[in-house]
Ligand binder design. Structure first.
Ligand SMILES: NC(=O)C1=CN([C@@H]2O[C@H](COP(=O)(O)OP(=O)(O)OC[C@H]3O[C@@H](n4cnc5c(N)ncnc54)[C@H](OP(=O)(O)O)[C@@H]3O)[C@@H](O)[C@H]2O)C=CC1
Ligand SMILES: O=C(O)C(=O)[C@@H](O)[C@H](O)C(=O)CO
Length: 274
């Protein structure tokens, strides 16, 4: 399972999860099975990934108990109206073949679809009714996250893009203030970290890859979860092999200096970032 975050509400979240965006059909099934075999105990999917059935089947067919896997899905922005929050979450559970997930996120801000207050209220009811153990948001800039916390103190995380080239300090501050944690998506900058001379050089000193250095750096940050994706069995395995080396202060500083506010995921009509 690797390191975890223990929350005040009693939940324990594995800090290295498996991302499944762009894993379709049998690829999603096979890759999720591999991830569970090599030790991941946290899987991230979404209504929009169209792979909930395969991810759920992979968990059910694996040797791992459902109760030992942290399972996250995300509500599509188009399902942000209260009645759609409920209906689409029920559909997600059916597709995943589970009675409850661990975390449901609102995938993107969706105030063009429904007021934030109404969406969050409907999501909180999902916890009250046992469909999910917790709720959170995704792609919320710091000011919107602060407003979301005013409306719904039960939020446990904001899942946002974060890697060595993109810092998210303002979001981290809001999360810290409210006892939440950051979930870093695209932690490998969609594979770009592999071409990085600094990360490669640091990796050589430890006998690991630039991707492993990046994931180790994430784990040495406070209260950060990372969810790298791979469809390649070797990379699925090596991305999880990051618990038996440690970066020193000088290496951490060199990685910190790579920050250049480079955002890879910025769809048209997306949020105004910090
Ligand atoms: N909430 C949101 O809006 C978003 C959430 N996410 C979540 O975060 C997850 C991860 O983000 P994602 O955008 O997929 O990007 P990642 O940073 O995880 O990178 C994935 C890419 O890197 C490649 N890769 C994986 N491991 C290695 C390695 N060791 N060396 C070199 N290349 C590697 C993969 O290729 P290959 O498969 O061939 O290994 C793939 O092309 C998603 O799968 C999804 O679950 C992502 C984007 C937005
Ligand atoms: O992976 C996700 O969760 C996303 O939201 C992506 O679809 C993201 O929006 C993207 O890749 C846009 O190009």
């Amino acid at each position: 399972m690797g390191p975890t975050i223990s929350l005040d509400n009693g939940l324990t979240v594995p800090r290295l999860g498996f991302g499944t965006f762009e894993l379709d059909g049998e690829d999603a099934y096979r890759s999720t099975r591999t991830a569970l075999e090599v030790g991941y105990r946290h899987v991230d999917t979404a209504q929009g990934y169209d792979n909930e059935e395969e991810v759920g089947r992979a968990i059910a067919d694996s040797e791992v108990d459902r109760g030992d896997v942290w399972l996250t899905t995300k509500i599509k922005p188009s399902n942000a109206k209260p009645e759609d929050v409920r209906a689409s979450s029920e559909q997600s559970l059916r597709k995943l073949g589970v009675e409850q997930v661990d975390l449901i996120l609102l995938h993107w801000p969706a105030e063009h679809v429904a007021p934030l207050e109404a969406t969050l209220e409907a999501m909180t009811a999902l916890v009250d009714d046992g469909l999910t153990r917790s709720i959170g948001v995704s792609n919320f800039p710091s000011r919107l996250l602060a407003r979301a916390y005013e409306l719904s103190p039960g939020i446990i995380t904001d899942q946002v893009e974060h890697h060595p080239y993109l810092g998210v300090d303002a979001i981290e501050r809001v999360l810290e203030e409210h006892g939440g944690f950051l979930t870093a998506y695209s932690p490998l900058a969609r594979g770009n970290v592999s071409d990085d001379a600094t990360l490669t050089e640091i990796g050589e000193a430890h006998g690991v890859s630039a991707a492993q250095v990046t994931l180790r750096w994430m784990l040495q940050k406070p209260d950060t979860v990372a969810i790298p994706k791979s469809g390649n069995p070797d990379r699925i395995r090596t991305n999880f092999a990051v618990f038996d080396f440690e970066l020193d202060d000088d290496e951490l500083q060199r990685i910190g200096e790579l920050e250049r506010q480079e955002r890879l995921i910025d769809p048209e009509g997306g949020p105004d970032w910090d």
